[in-house]
Design a protein around this ligand. Sequence first.
Ligand code: PDD
Length: 286
Amino acid sequence: MWIFLNDRFVTREQAVVSVFDHGFLYGDGVYETLRSYGRRVFMLHKHLARLERSASLIGLAIPIPEKDWPELLQEALERNGLEDAYLRITVSRGEGEIGLDPMLCPRPTVVIVAKPLPQYPPHLFDRGVSLALVSVRRNLSSALSPQIKSLNFLNNILAKQEADRAGAFDAVMLNAQGFLTECSTSNLFFVRDGRLCTPSAEAGILDGITRETILLLAGEQAIPVEQGLYTPAVLRQAEECFLTNTTMEVMPVREIDKFPVGSGLPGPITTRLRSLFRTNLSRFLD
Ligand code: PDD
């Protein structure tokens, strides 16, 4: 396995980072998860723009210019002999003395990992997954904005652990006001009275790139779309529900807190959007 570390590709054994890296010490850094389909990367420029936004929101200057990323990612795919792959870019504050001051770290640490795409078992797509509404609240936007895709992922990890304990595939988190936000690594959609609904950015979510793609496709197909602030009671009445992220694309949800969603099978709008995503994919590959 070849991993890009700072300025060159090294082997997995050589790809080591200091115990004084502030990414390790404080979760001080940002990341992006990308996906390639036959070496073409899904929404590459949107992911790079989000990486840049996350970094700028924490005052981190990424040492690699945006124009160099496409080539580096291609090299990561080629060196590892990968086609359909999972790509992760991590940029941490870098190595520095212990202390919170970012000035202690003269040079950010940059890592690209490319590996085969983890496959979700097909029955999850056919039958849908289960969700649990958890007690862990999504980070308050004014404390640690969910728009920063940061290495500090404990909020989501705690939510996921709670879902695991409830025997669910993933967790639905509420915000401090009790409105729906998102799941641990995905955005939430549901259908109510034939309208496709998803929590708005105002609820405090990461504005997912797959979410944006689905909203675009739904708009093109004249499926009524609504973004807003929703209570869990609204979700419980949903006719359909699904999750989106880069690795899952569109994942149907069959039950929430052990209660079936609609008929308990992937609904017509979910199935249609999943297939539209696939048939339109080439438009979104860079
Ligand atoms: N997660 N919300 C959260 C909290 C996420 O971490 C992610 C992505 C999303 C969906 O974003 P996108 O559609 O751009 O993948 C929503 C990635 C997959 C991860 O953390 O690995």
